[in-house]
Design a protein around this ligand. Structure first.
Ligand SMILES: Nc1ncnc2c1ncn2[C@@H]1O[C@H](COP(=O)(O)OP(=O)(O)OP(=O)(O)O)[C@@H](O)[C@H]1O
Length: 298
């Protein structure tokens, strides 16, 4: 449905996007993660046509994205994109009409999203008088109100309270279930892990890792916790494919490289005395992310 192909954008010396490529299928939730300044917003602006790339292209349903296609996209920009003095409901009706809905449909959709996103008591309030989290809810309603064919959301969870986060998770799942491709960025990696079918990790303008969380895990190995209370310090040093992460209360945490046979590790642990626990832990997306970007991330 959406294909971002080799998109490159330079600002002076800064390569904001460096041959960024990814696809998002119908009904797929794609999480875009990366450090501050990694290139997420620039990529999303290029998808929306707010910015032109220096090279590469964006295609939707097989064709280059033109004005007509863009009108059917739902976009939540990182910066506020609302009219501060307009009332919430009026604003949503106006935006729905701007994207092609007739007046009745625009009113119906605006009322529906106001209710769904918990804004009923604020429907006649000027946007500038709302709290930041409620402004974010209006911004989300604005991205959804015209029944978009594609959703591109730049940090949609930012500023939302826990109940609003739950509503948004539900809304995004529904949109995907209806066949809409959804791309969103977030620094809340637990949410991305919970929600996304696939993830793209961007660093310094380049996509450095991508795939399902399971695929990222398969390429990353695991953490092994060995409870061998009598083991002397250094018992695991020198084992193939093993890095010692630390020892705490007789438990040794080891990073095990992908494809490493764990039985020599067990044998080495047993050679030190009793082994009371031997547990593989799958890395969280946050750990996979740290592995992929390292510490010097942009
Ligand atoms: N208009 C601009 N002029 C100059 N440099 C820019 C401009 N917009 C972005 N950049 C630079 O491009 C790089 C990528 O920025 P971008 O906003 O895409 O990152 P991001 O991943 O969205 O970051 P964040 O998580 O902080 O929102 C950064 O180094 C940024 O300073």
């Amino acid at each position: 449905m959406l294909r971002v192909d080799g998109v490159t954008k330079r600002y002076g010396d800064v390569l904001a996007c460096d041959r960024v490529s990814f696809d998002v299928g119908a009904g797929e939730l794609f999480g875009f993660v990366g450090g501050n300044g990694a290139g997420k917003t620039t990529t999303m602006r290029i998808v929306l046509g707010v910015l032109a790339p220096d090279a590469g292209e964006v295609r939707f349903r097989g064709a280059p994205v033109d004005h007509a296609a863009r009108r059917r996209f739902g976009y939540l920009p990182e910066e506020r994109g609302l009219y501060p003095r307009m009332r919430v409901l009026d604003q949503l009706v106006y935006l729905a009409e701007l994207h092609g809905a007739d007046t009745n449909a625009a009113h119906r959709a605006a009322e529906q999203w106001v209710a769904r996103l918990g804004l009923r008591e604020h429907r006649d309030t000027e946007v500038q008088r709302l709290s930041l989290g409620n402004q974010q809810r209006v911004q989300l309603a604005a991205a959804l109100v015209h029944d978009p064919l594609l959703l591109v959301l730049d940090e949609p969870f930012s500023g939302l309270d826990p109940l609003a986060v739950d509503v948004l998770v539900e809304v995004l799942r529904e949109q995907a279930a209806a066949g809409v491709p959804v791309v969103f960025s977030s620094h809340q990696l637990d949410l991305v892990e919970r929600l996304c079918d696939r993830v793209g990790i961007i660093k310094g303008g380049r996509v450095v890792a991508g795939g399902t969380v399971a695929q990222l895990r398969a390429g990353s190995g695991s953490t092994l916790v060995v409870d061998a209370p009598a083991a002397p310090a250094g018992w695991a040093a020198g084992l193939a494919g093993v890095t010692v992460l630390g020892v705490h209360n007789g438990q040794t945490r080891l990073r095990v490289a992908p494809g490493t046979d764990d039985q020599p590790i067990l044998a080495a642990a047993l050679a030190t005395g009793p082994v009371r626990g031997f547990t593989h832990q799958h890395p969280s997306l946050a750990e996979l992310y740290r592995d992929a970007v390292g510490v010097d991330s942009r």
